[in-house]
Design a protein around this ligand. Structure first.
Ligand SMILES: C[S@@+](CC[C@H](N)C(=O)[O-])C[C@H]1O[C@@H](n2cnc3c(N)ncnc32)[C@H](O)[C@@H]1O
Length: 337
């Protein structure tokens, strides 16, 4: 482990390549598009002579936009494999989206953002013992609940405002021979009014709330597809603006954590939004500040989940830097009375 070798993308900064298309002809016709400025740089990909920022090709540009930089300081692959488990605060995954190992992804994909059950399983395995109870107040199509069913002897309760997502969860369990967990079709603001829950104690709350009206906002760059909201229900936290969202989420988490045992953990997924001139949109920091207003709940740190199945888009190319936010934060809190 003596000599360090860093493996990153090697960039040859000289841009002498084959010029594509007939720039002059198109110029005469006054019809020039970005494509008319492309140069073939061989293995490096295509360089655009209109690039005002750097000498990178489109492919190299795209590589840099990934919000997670992967570098390998190990001498060889075996060393890297050994180190990665010792050092990683980043969980990198590429779960299958078809076949048995996808745990009904073909059904669950009617939801705009289903979580991979294996990821939830691994989090539950760390934060609970067998016999443990897990609560998800925003269960969607049940990533958390299926994760619990993949472990021996775990019991999970999910709350979801949209009945059809609960039906999909039940169907997924039935088709995959998984334990059916307990579900309630309700507004999680009213959790303390659910008779079966008000005297229950949970070992872990693991959840992935909506992030205000982020899904229904217009997207930037190449990914212009509007993913749409989770529901059209006005009680849906995904249908309110960011300023209203924070106190609402804080209130829900406060009621939910009243059912969490002392020394139990609260684990929340979130993803930052693109910064604007008006707002840095560091959602994870805002959520930490909001949740730490709840008595006895303390922030303990985060892990980063990097979903390698998400596509990179060449946002901003070839003019300016616009990040691809491919990672999500897994925020970890503990109740300490
Ligand atoms: C990000 S999704 C959760 C996805 C989930 N982790 C999964 O694997 O499917 C958030 C969910 O919260 C639900 N939701 C929004 N507001 C709610 C509320 N007030 N009470 C209960 N569920 C709500 C939405 O319908 C949506 O399905």
């Amino acid at each position: 482990m003596s000599e360090e070798k860093q493996t990153t993308l090697e960039i040859n900064d000289s841009n002498k390549g084959i010029i594509y298309n007939n720039e002059k002809n198109n110029e005469k016709k006054g019809k020039r598009t970005l494509k008319d400025y492309e140069q073939d740089m061989g293995e490096r990909g295509i360089y655009n002579t209109k690039n005002r920022l750097n000498n990178l090709t489109g492919r190299e540009w795209n590589f840099f936009l990934n919000s997670v930089m992967e570098t390998d300081f190990a001498q060889n692959h075996e060393e890297f494999e050994l180190w990665k488990y010792l050092q990683d605060s980043v969980i990198k995954t590429r779960y299958p989206s078809s076949g048995k190992e996808s745990y009904g992804h073909n059904l669950r994909k009617i939801h705009p953002s289903p979580k991979p059950p294996q990821l939830m399983r691994d989090i539950i395995a760390f934060f609970t013992k067998s016999g443990g109870w897990i609560l998800d107040p925003f269960m969607g199509v049940g990533g958390t609940l299926i994760g619990a069913s993949l472990l021996p002897d775990r019991n999970a309760v999910g709350i979801e405002i949209e009945e059809k997502y609960i039906e999909v969860f039940k169907e997924t369990c039935a088709r995959n021979g998984l334990k059916q967990q307990t579900t309630f079709c309700a507004d999680s603001r009213k959790i303390l009014e659910i008779d079966d829950l008000k005297n229950k104690t949970f070992d872990l709350i693991l959840t992935d709330p909506p992030y205000a009206n982020m899904l229904s906002r217009k997207r930037t760059g190449g990914d212009r597809k509007d993913k749409g909201a989770f529901t059209s229900d006005e009680r849906d936290l995904g249908n309110i603006t960011y300023d209203k969202f924070m106190p609402e989420l804080g209130g829900i988490i406060k009621d939910n954590t009243s059912l969490l045992k002392n020394k139990g953990y609260l684990v929340i997924f979130c993803k930052d939004m693109q910064p604007t001139k008006e707002n840095h949109n560091l959602l994870h920091a805002d959520i930490i500040n909001e949740i730490c207003k709840i008595p006895y709940i303390y922030f303990k740190g985060y892990k980063i989940w990097y979903d390698k199945t998400i596509n990179l888009y060449p946002y901003g190319y070839p003019f300016s830097y616009v990040s691809n936010q491919l990672h999500q934060f897994i925020l970890i809190f503990r109740k300490e009375i």
